[in-house]
Design a protein around this ligand. Structure first.
Ligand code: FAD
Length: 499
């Protein structure tokens, strides 16, 4: 699916697309698929089927449209809206697109529930797990625990078949070496600068670090693919410590880290189901098709302007847009120099997600593809003689492949599954979506300490979003963490200066 038009755009030939099911989540509270195709006029206000009586009663008391404006309806924005809304604040949530979710996107493909963006969660991710528990969504398990075929593609394209035990042993040994000393480096990973050594080492790239480990070619290829995945870009640009910090958040443990990253999806409606539970609880008013282009701060309030010229006022604003989209918003006064520097550098984050259906049943396979091979990580999500094989593919560098070109994707898949015939394809190109312009947020070398500045409030302007998280900045958990923190910061402001 092409991110900028919201319409499928498969080059080459016609495929079974799982019909409309190939389109991610086409009906979010009455909205149609993503950016560029609003189902409501840009000025229309989409109010969820929540009760607004408490907020309405308060509205007259305030001289502004709301107590708080939240910009962006991903996990960070929805968490912040919920935190502040349940306390009786009037919250208006402005979302550029026509759906909840941001870089999460629940949908269906070839009869399966799939996530086109952020998917996997775990109880070692405390913030998102608390939300899963609070609303009783539970998890669905992938079939990765029962893989029967393990493949590693080396940088030159040769494919090595391993036993699953070999893959585990190679991966664990490489990861253990890569993350050696993690506990000392990040004794409190949610406060990553606790150990001053972090600042000294933050210019080391993942590629530099791998080169020092003395691994064999298969292990090197596995680590290369792992780092290409997490860095979502060339590993020479990805900060070695960025990965070690995320690893440390999972109790410095290889097995926990692996389970957290590929094994459990949110149950009951997936990410969208959980977001709906949270937003309904929040009682926030959600306005879709409301892309913000200016945030102006006055002495006792903020004025937020959308691209269609509408203005909304409030006592505070929480901005949760992805780092690479900040340049679309003018801040008056300007954000601090440190924040601007981080935003100007931008995050790497060129990943994508693609689902394919192969005609035949190739078993339950897991594959790492080292850079510059474009598929990066391939995992079977379903295989049977009835459906054939359905693969979830996470290319770390979507620039290396056109995920809408069925012939090109099939050619790459055939390098792992010779002669395989592609019968279905659906994906989402996050870097081409104007309101994300990136996938998960990965620090470049040297960015870790600068990133910590993002969470520092500027008067009535509060920045949230996964990239501002102390802990799992590449994850849904980081988004939730940041929404909780921004909620607390706004609460502190309100208690210092009551309305
Ligand atoms: P977003 O979800 O990006 O929300 C920001 C919102 O702001 C968007 O809805 C956007 O439309 C809106 N917006 C942007 N600009 C404007 C504007 N000017 N005005 C108004 N609104 C605006 N995490 C995991 O934990 N597990 C995974 O398995 C995982 N896999 C991933 C796979 C992919 C392909 C991707 C893309 C991400 C993955 N992640 C994963 C990361 C995770 O999805 C993100 O970290 C998280 O969802 C970010 O949430 P957020 O609220 O910070 O930002």
């Amino acid at each position: 699916m092409s991110g900028d038009t919201g319409k499928p755009n498969f080059k080459g030939r016609r495929l079974f697309l799982g019909a409309a099911a190939a389109l991610p989540a086409t009906s979010v509270l009455g909205a149609k698929p993503p950016h560029g195709q609003p189902s409501v006029p840009p000025s229309a206000k989409s109010v969820l089927d929540t009760k607004h009586s408490a907020c309405d009663a308060q509205r007259g008391k305030h001289k502004f449209d709301a107590d708080v404006i939240v910009i962006g309806a991903g996990f960070a924005g929805v968490t912040a809206a919920r935190e502040l809304g349940v306390e009786g604040n009037k919250v208006i949530l402005l979302e550029a697109s026509t759906r909840l979710g941001g870089r999460t996107y629940s949908g269906h493909f070839a009869g399966q529930n799939v996530e086109y963006g952020g998917a996997w969660v775990h109880w070692a991710e405390p913030h998102v797990w608390a939300e899963v528990e609070r609303y009783g969504h539970g998890v669905e398990e992938e079939q990765i625990a029962n893989v029967d075929r393990a493949l590693v593609m080396l940088p030159d394209g040769r494919v090595k078949e391993l036993t699953t035990e070999q893959l585990d042993a190679y991966d664990k040994d490489g990861m253990d070496k890569f993350t050696a000393g993690a506990r000392e480096l990040f004794p409190r990973p949610y406060e990553p600068l606790t150990n001053p050594k972090v600042r000294e080492l933050e210019n080391i790239s993942a590629a530099d670090h791998i080169a020092k480990l003395g691994l064999n070619e298969v292990q090197t290829a596995i680590l290369n693919a792992e780092m290409t995945l997490y860095g979502a870009g060339p590993i020479s640009e990805y900060s070695y410590l960025a990965f070690v910090k995320c690893f440390s958040c999972m109790s410095w443990d290889y097995y926990t880290f692996n389970d957290a990253d590929r094994r459990y999806r949110i149950g009951k409606g997936g990410t969208l189901g959980l977001l709906k539970s949270m937003i309904q609880h929040s009682k926030a008013e959600v306005r879709f098709s409301s892309a913000v282009n200016q945030v102006r701060q006055e002495r006792d309030h903020v004025i937020v302007t959308t691209e269609d010229g509408r203005k909304v006022t409030a006592r505070a604003v929480v901005v949760t847009v992805p780092t690479n989209t900040y340049k679309r918003i003018q801040f008056i006064p300007a954000l601090s120099p440190a924040k601007r520097k981080y935003i100007d550098q931008g995050e790497m984050s060129n990943g994508a997600k693609v689902f394919v259906q192969l005609e035949k049943n190739y078993g339950n396979t897991f594959a790492f593809c080292a850079d510059p091979n474009p598929l990066t990580v391939v995992q079977t999500i379903k295989n049977s003689d009835e459906v054939g094989t359905i693969l979830s593919i996470t290319p770390g560098r979507r620039k290396l492949i056109d995920i809408n070109d069925a012939d090109e994707v099939e050619k790459q898949v055939q390098r792992l599954f010779p002669n395989a015939k592609l019968v279905g394809l659906s994906g989402y190109d996050w870097a081409n979506d104007p309101y994300s312009q990136q996938a998960w947020g990965a620090y470049r070398v040297g960015q870790m300490s600068l990133a910590q500045e993002l969470a520092v409030p500027e008067g009535r302007v509060f920045l949230a979003g996964a990239s501002t998280a102390g802990g799992l900045n590449e994850y849904i958990d980081g988004a939730v963490e940041s929404g909780l923190r921004a909620g607390r910061q706004v609460r502190e402001l309100f208690s210092r200066s009551p309305a």
